[in-house]
Design a protein around this ligand. Structure first.
Ligand code: HEM
Length: 183
């Protein structure tokens, strides 16, 4: 995984818990990298999972909930670092439809070894999108947070339901996103 994911997770944790607590969690986690991440480096996703586990234990916030909150945080980071992807999309569902074939395609050009999920999308109604997340990583709640963050970015009210269809080794989740109005 790209270092930016790790630096943002630690930034969020410092914001929530303070530097001392974050340092203690990193110390206790005994990470192969030692927890010193740079934005341009690549690190095993397992370390991300270990850190989330550590923060979950410290805060008593469930791991899935922390992943979801982190998705919101990460979307804010994307807004700052990649404003161009938002400008070309005028509404939330169009943006979500463009992740697989536009946004993440550009991400892969920037970082050829990026570990990205796969998305299938079906526009079931003008105001309803079925978005299926598939990944070898267990980051479905993080994905849900990114979807919520996308709706928030556009100021769009909506409901998101998630149905788990994972099989051993493959995480698969159907996200059904229904927005209040189709623009
Ligand atoms: C401007 C918008 C976006 C940018 C620039 C972006 C970029 C990235 C980057 C750099 C990574 C890390 C890859 C790695 O660590 O190797 C990533 C991962 C990921 N992205 Fe995006 N992304 C964007 C929007 C979204 C949205 C809206 C979703 C959800 C629908 C999404 C879902 C994910 C997920 C779930 C991962 C984690 C990898 C996995 O689960 O397999 N992204 N993205």
């Amino acid at each position: 995984m790209k270092g930016i994911v790790f630096t943002e997770l630690l930034a969020m944790a410092e914001d929530m818990l303070g530097e001392e607590v974050v340092d203690a969690v990193i110390e206790a986690a005994n990470l192969p990298s030692g927890g010193a991440y740079t934005g341009v480096g690549d690190y095993p996703c397992a370390e991300l999972m270990t850190l989330i586990q550590g923060f979950s234990r410290t805060t008593s916030v469930a791991e899935n909930e922390l992943q979801r909150i982190f998705g919101h945080w990460m979307m804010k980071s994307f807004e700052r670092h990649y404003p161009g992807f938002f400008r070309s999309n005028q509404d939330a569902l169009t943006m979500l439809e463009s992740i697989e074939n536009e946004v993440h395609v550009e991400v892969r050009k920037l970082y050829p070894n990026a570990e990205l999920p796969t998305f299938d999308t079906v526009r079931e109604a003008p105001n309803e999108l079925l978005m299926t997340y598939t990944s070898p990583r267990e980051l479905s709640p993080f994905c849900g947070g990114l979807i919520e963050g996308t709706l928030a970015h556009f100021g769009t009210e909506g409901t998101i339901t998630a149905r788990d269809r994972s099989t051993p080794g493959t995480t698969r989740t159907d996200f059904r996103i229904t927005v209040a109005e189709s623009r």
